[in-house]
Design a protein around this ligand. Structure first.
Ligand code: WT7
Length: 651
């Protein structure tokens, strides 16, 4: 079904699952009529709608203007004073939540640590004082490079308390990638840990920080949390032990009233060109967005145990492991390690052990569980589960049905939540007590979110046709800019259709107004839920002295969603060997991180190019998939290239 956007949609799915009446009866939003009334209210007067949501949080001082919109620049709740750490912690201390578990942490070896709201508050206050005495001031950037230890949310909440924007760098990134990010935001402090435990092994994070800091002169302090106890080289004058500083610090520290638009954090994400973009979120709007969406979508109850399996290094961990649930006073389960360690049923054991009620994970994980076999989850009762969530990429209907049946026992609604690092919070998702779900569809936009599917000119496409997923009005948790590069921000998100937010995803709407997100339309790949730019992997490859040229494309992969296929032209005289393939894979892992390691590498004397010299990626994608190369090749400069590429079998 082609449309003027040139995007075709082939997936058609007719099954529909209404929420169970018992679930709806107890839900925050109980019917489609209620959902639609909320949408109408938000549509007619968006500012009044968001203002009423914002009032549920604590403000030190009310805002004077709900929205100032000088497209593409938004200011929400301007004049208001707020602190996200206060809303996550202090606000609960005058209630019975004071002694409720805020975080239940389980290590990979199986140790369990529980922090009540009161205890978490004390630790966060203490660490805020540590940051202050380490010379970190309001407005200074702090890089956090840690594993999934309880110190990580404590560090984030302390930064938020002080108004020192954090940038959490996923522990799988290399020293080079870490240094790039630190340099881009000129961080003055790094928080790390000696090592992180994964699959029984230690990943030595502090050593990677040491390597990165060789090229980061802005960093004056590194604070090191002791997790594994492995011996460390502490650099005098720069490095401090977390536990030593904490033992000296007071557990009292008032939360600072910050401007609603005070920068909260930066999170780097891949784009089509150039270096990673520092997505900037600010305090007030992000707080409102994550608070409200957590409440609506996960329908949290006071007694729930909520488990989001995402790593805090990604936006899902920021919004739905830390900030959204804690603002809602939830009990959050946090797991340190790998999903199949020591056995393939680790997650299901944990669900029964901690009596998890709400479980939020990614399609790539669901597909891995499917492949491991039903017998593992079937061994466990999992009676506590009442709601399942999915995020990160389109979930294929087969995986959706398996999730519903084998994990949810056909009893739990599934919320397939579409959003992005840039949107800060969930944008399109079922409300579990109201929305009838269809396997593979994120269903409809949340109240206040003006999402649509349009053609190149910005006109809505008819139901069933593919087009570009856009958001037509500003929303509180939207990114404010790309750090240090407002022009790139405008270009990337607001130039295709002026004034309208361009997501970079293709989608279609069906005749019920349900959205079916088809994935990226640009050169950004989604590998196991990690957003990677083909361009970054290409730059890493050509930086290798033996490589002349490289093109990277995605090919479908049953488990990872997409796999990375690299086509490489070597410098003259360099022999194409399997050892070199391994060397290049290791090289990319070192330059970016293990998740960017190419799955396939093919050497080629030349790459298929148009006469104007552009690499014809569409052809490469067809070669990588093993599909017949068809379609228009009339602009191809050298027809032999394709047959040579195809003749070469990937080992
Ligand atoms: C991209 C954003 C959202 C947090 C994790 C990823 C894809 C995400 C879905 C979904 C279809 C999805 C999109 C989006 N995506 N969720 N439910 N259905 N696609 O954040 O790294 O910023 O990636 O992930 O392509 O643009 P991110």
């Amino acid at each position: 079904m082609a449309s003027s956007s040139g995007i075709e949609s082939i997936l058609h799915e007719n099954r529909i699952f209404p929420p169970a009446p018992e679930f709806s009866a107890a839900a925050h939003v109980k019917t489609m009529a209620e959902y639609e009334a909320l949408c109408r209210r938000a549509d007619q007067d968006p500012e009044a709608f968001w203002e009423s949501v914002a009032r549920e949080l604590h403000w030190f001082q009310p805002w004077t203007k709900v929205l100032e919109w000088n497209a593409p620049f938004a200011k929400w709740f301007n004049g208001g004073k707020i602190n996200l750490s206060y809303n996550c912690l202090d606000r609960h201390l005058s209630t019975a939540r004071r002694n409720k578990a805020a975080i239940i942490w389980e290590s990979e070896p199986g140790e369990v640590v529980t922090l009540t709201y009161q205890q978490l508050h004390g630790e966060v206050c203490r660490f805020t004082n540590v940051l202050k005495s380490a010379g970190v001031n309001t407005g200074d950037r702090v890089a956090i490079y840690m594993g999934m230890s309880p110190a990580l949310p404590i560090a984030m909440l302390a930064c938020a308390r002080l108004g020192a924007p954090h940038t959490v760098v996923f522990g799988g990134f290399s020293a080079v990638a870490l240094a790039d990010r630190i340099q881009d935001c000129r961080a003055s402090c790094v928080i790390t840990q000696d090592g992180a435990i994964r699959r029984g092994a230690e990943l030595k994070l502090k050593a990677i920080v040491d390597e990165a800091l060789l090229s980061c002169p802005t960093v004056k302090r590194a604070i090191v949390y002791r997790r594994t106890g492995s011996p460390q080289q502490m650099q005098p004058g720069r490095d401090l032990w977390w536990h030593e500083e904490m033992s000296r610090a007071s557990d009292e520290c008032e939360a600072l009233p910050l401007d609603a638009e005070h920068p909260l954090y930066l999170l780097y994400t891949s784009g089509t060109t150039g270096k990673p973009k520092g997505i900037l979120h600010t305090t007030g709007g992000y707080s409102v967005g994550t608070y409200a969406t957590t409440k609506w979508v996960f329908d949290l109850k006071e007694t729930d145990v909520y488990w989001c399996t995402a790593d805090i290094g990604w936006v899902t961990g920021h919004s739905y492991l830390v900030y959204g649930p804690l603002q809602n006073g939830a009990t959050v389960l946090m797991y340190e390690g790998a999903p199949f360690t020591p056995t393939p049923d680790r997650f299901w054991i944990m669900i029964d052990k901690h009596k998890v009620n709400v479980f939020y994970t990614a399609p790539t994980a669901i597909r891995s569980f499917m492949r491991l076999g039903d017998e593992h989850p079937r061994k466990y009762a999992m009676k506590s589960l009442r709601l399942l969530g999915s995020v990160g990429e389109p979930i294929n209907p087969e995986a959706w049905m398996w999730y519903r049946d084998v994990i949810g026992r056909n009893r739990c609604p599934i919320v397939d939540t579409w959003w992005q690092t840039e949107t800060g919070a969930i944008m399109i998702s079922p409300l579990p007590g109201a929305t009838p779900t269809k396997p593979g569809s994120a269903t409809r936009p949340l109240p206040g979110i003006a999402a649509d599917v349009v053609d190149r000119e910005g006109n809505p496409v008819p139901p069933g046709s593919g087009g570009f997923l856009v958001v037509k009005k500003p929303w509180p948790s939207m990114l404010r800019t790309i750090y240090g590069d407002p022009e790139r921000f405008r270009q990337t998100y607001f130039s295709q259709i002026p004034g309208i937010y361009f997501t970079g995803d293709g989608a279609r709407k069906d005749s019920d107004g349900y959205f079916w997100v088809m994935g990226r339309i640009d050169d950004v790949l989604n590998v196991s839920g990690h957003r990677l730019s083909t361009m970054e992997v290409e730059s890493a490859l050509v930086a290798h002295p033996k490589v002349a040229e490289a093109a990277v494309v995605g090919r479908p992969d049953e488990i990872k969603g997409q796999a990375l296929a690299a086509f490489v032209t070597l410098q003259a005289g360099v022999p194409a060997t399997n050892e070199l393939k391994d060397e290049l894979r290791a090289w990319v892992a070192k330059e970016i991180g293990a998740m960017a390691r190419p799955d396939d590498i093919r050497f080629s004397e030349a790459l298929p190019k148009t006469r104007s010299g552009k690499i014809m990626r569409r052809l490469l994608r067809e070669v990588a998939t093993g599909a017949e190369v068809k379609g228009d090749v009339t602009t191809l400069e050298d027809f032999n290239v394709i047959s040579k590429l195809r003749a070469q079998e990937e080992e």
